[in-house]
Design a protein around this ligand. Structure first.
Ligand SMILES: NC(=O)c1ccc[n+]([C@@H]2O[C@H](COP(=O)([O-])OP(=O)(O)OC[C@H]3O[C@@H](n4cnc5c(N)ncnc54)[C@H](OP(=O)(O)O)[C@@H]3O)[C@@H](O)[C@H]2O)c1
Length: 246
């Protein structure tokens, strides 16, 4: 019995692995970097802002690295991976603050740009990063891809597109595994553009089946699971406190 437990722990451990988190300076990405490091990985983070990276590195073990790359810029992503070391796992959690608009009032030019980081940035990171990746890729979508709401046309479409693309990538990049985490509401900077966000959290907590709104740490374990579980590919983990059931 003891042997089985030990064996299981070894399979799920990230000890000795290298993990690169694109969008790892705050929120979900930073929580993933911290948990991966706690499970024995050597972590690197990427974001567009050196100051935020410096702050994040204070929360990560000595030896962790940070790089400034604008993930809305394909050329910058290509240049970054041209000189990057080989890695075991790539995690993509980058995204700017939300912009919600009903279709009747949608600014199409702004909406077009809104695809750049969450969708095209992820696709470019996979395209240019794939030759360096030995183990797995975990992308990020959101529960909006499953449960629509008024004003969420673009956000819902991006989430659904990432989830669909992951299945194709799992075939194209095999044996590298490719999966996606789709969080529901999580307390991060992402909601800073939304007026009354604290009240929104309270209302959501009262109505969600689990009775609370997640913190980034509540989501991070799903990314680590997808990195460490070597028999899963092309799949989504929806982690939303029961939101899509309501
Ligand atoms: N929070 C939620 O409720 C929720 C729900 C569903 C899905 N998600 C998704 O989860 C992902 C992570 O979001 P979060 O909630 O953790 O928000 P967050 O704390 O704002 O994290 C976003 C990360 O993306 C980075 N980033 C933004 N623009 C960038 C750029 N041009 N180049 C490089 N990095 C950039 C940010 O760093 P810098 O600002 O330093 O560049 C930061 O590290 C997003 O894709 C989001 O859509 C979040």
């Amino acid at each position: 019995m003891e042997f089985c437990v030990t064996k299981h722990k070894t399979m799920d451990s990230l000890t000795g692995n290298t993990v690169l988190v694109l969008g790892g300076s705050t929120g979900i990405g930073l929580a993933v970097a911290k948990l991966a490091a706690a499970q024995g990985a050597k972590v690197s983070i990427v974001s567009s802002n050196q100051q935020k990276i410096n702050e994040a590195l204070k929360e990560l073990p000595a030896g962790s690295q940070g790089f400034v790359v604008n993930l809305a810029d394909e050329a910058a992503i290509k240049a970054f991976f041209a000189t990057a070391d080989a890695i075991d796992h790539l995690v993509y959690t980058a995204g700017e603050n939300l912009q919600l608009s009903e279709t009747a009032t949608l600014d199409i030019a702004a909406a077009t740009k809104f695809w750049n980081i969450r969708y095209w940035g992820a696709v470019a990171a996979v395209k240019y990063g794939a030759p360096k990746i030995k183990g797995s890729i975990v992308l990020t979508a959101g529960s909006a891809g499953t449960k629509p709401g008024k004003g969420w046309g673009v956000g819902t479409s991006i989430c659904a597109a990432v989830e669909a693309h992951v299945k194709v990538l799992a075939l194209e990049l095999a044996p590298v595994r490719v999966n996606v985490v789709s969080p529901g509401m999580v307390m991060t900077n992402l909601w800073d553009n939304i007026p009354g966000k604290e009240e929104m959290y309270e209302q959501a907590a009262a109505s969600l089946p689990v009775g609370f709104v997640a913190k980034p740490e509540d989501i991070a374990a799903s990314y680590v699971h997808l990195m460490a579980q070597r028999y899963i590919t092309g799949q989504r983990i929806l982690i939303d406190g029961g939101w899509v059931l309501m």
